[in-house]
Write a protein that binds this ligand. Sequence first.
Ligand code: MV4
Length: 665
Amino acid sequence: MFNKILIANRGEIACRVIKTARRMGIATVAVYSDADREALHVRLADEAIHIGAAPARESYLLADRVIQAAKTTGAQAIHPGYGFLSENANFARDCSAADICFIGPPPTAIEAMGSKSAAKEIMEAASVPVVPGYHGADQDPAIIRAASEEMGYPVLLKATAGGGGKGMRQVGSGDEFEEALASAKRESLASFGDDTMLVEKYLTKPRHVEVQVFCDSLGNAVYLAERDCSVQRRHQKVIEEAPAPGLSTRLREQMGETAIKAALAIDYRGAGTVEFLLDEDSSFYFMEMNTRLQVEHPVTEMVTGQDLVEWQLRVAYGEELPLEQADICINGHAFEARIYAEDPNSDFLPATGTLSFLQPPEESTHLRVDTGVCQGDEVSMYYDPMIAKLIVWDDSRESALHRLALALSTYRISGTVTNLDFLYNLATSAPFVAAQLDTGFIEKHHSLIFHDRPQDLNEELPLAAFALLRYRHAQNKTDADIDRWSPWSSSSAWRLNEPHMHRLTLHCQQQDHAVEIEQQGERFIVSAGGRLTHLSGELEGDTLHVEMDGHRQRGVLACTDDGFTLYLARGACHFHEVPPDTGETDQSDAQAGLTAPMNGTLVALLVEPGAEVDANAALLVMEAMKMEHTIRAPVAGRVEHFHYQVGDLVDGGAELLDFTPAEEA
Ligand code: MV4
């Protein structure tokens, strides 16, 4: 077995590969860019080599630097992970030329699957079913059109060099054909430098079912169950599961045996995935083959009990497959949800920011978190904004899905907007629970998925206020350690001959709320929104133990850039305290109040440049972490100039406008 391998990747997959290598007693070398100097994968590896600047094209995509790093450290093999160089046939060749083992398929197999039309040719010859259509070299539009008319509309135009839906156009009738073909060719040429097209009969409600295959260098080949990845958004997988629900044993075997035929047709080696479109009548068609380990491989690992990275290392080293087909069993059901720093309410705009609070659910035999980040890490704009993959397993789909929902509701992330609520809504939606899966799932059930979590202010406001008080109390206790006898360190709000009253204004759910809290020893009576609530409890670290009107619960209080997030079983409540109005504001405060409270998007300018405004007048609105923040005039004065326009991404702390207080004007 290898003594040392280099992982030519970053983030969660690099960490994941390192863990298996370590378990196998193999030393590991990481590579890192300027942006990843302190990254988790660098810290987990036994050694690490700097390979360039933050942009991937100046670091992780530079094959010669990666290979040089392997030579420098004496790594005998390179694991490419996925993405980056993992499907670059020339990189695989360069590794071999440097006498370094590329942990993946032969370059010829990578190239054979690089073109959709070439892949279809190969699969047809291997009696692998492909979607009926035309994929010839003659690109005369009349020929493509004739094939479309013969099949009958709707048809689907696809770029043969394409992937991820780019250069793909659905054509519903003959009179749409010309424009659709021209448009698809333009996009394909722009994206891939090649406008060769193929056309297929359009399947209206297919599922995306992919089969994990493994081939060794001794002629053995097996399939390790299948995964349903139909739930995608713009060809990005969102939630994957294994096995695919509702497949008969016979169909499962047919798809598995067909996938093996596809792999053997290209002399495959290593881990591969054969993607099929599964139609409603259980017919299935080859879509494409991925010649790498997939992001979603953990769901296969959970239901087969196999470590696919270990298989990769053994097969790359020349060993035979660890199991024969008859020994591979499927046990239970697994899901993977991809947790991203992105804003589903802003068309999934990627988000950046510092993960000021990061508390994944506790791992177990039922729950696995594959991640490449820790609390305090920056989600940067240079790379895919994946924070983690959350994987759950149980002995049935229903039980596994319950675990997924609970895990999503207890995954705590502050400092950037995430897709957690979107994933939770999707995983708990009735159609998903009923496994009504097809590639149009998200569009079809949009209203079930894109809604904010219902927030019950009546419950959350008192809890937030109480949490804030206990937080302040804990802070003071720390301060009081310095001078425990000072009356100023007391936070009990004790007043001679008066009730202990705290008065706060909390900004929550885009509104300011006045809250009064009477403290009676260790009991608190909160008055907010015309309601009285009785609470008691304590904040231990960031865990809030609270009893409210007899209901005991636990929450977690996280400090964020702009306030707090109180995580409760039912979800997260974001809030901050509106400072009491002391009446005086010095000029530096005046300008300081006109900076972005955190990374966000400018969504509205509310006054014109040059406008004279009163104190506290609303000037602009920013959106961040799914909340709107209204920036107001600190004092009366004139708005001179805005530094950003609507739609601009703004860094936290950036000055938003030039403002002249009235006294100075
Ligand atoms: C199709 C199809 C329906 N009919 N081909 C999407 C990108 C590429 N993976 C192939 N894709 C599709 N090919 C025919 N003949 C529907 C899709 C498709 C899709 C496939 C799998 C997962 C998600 C998808 C989302 C939209 C369209």
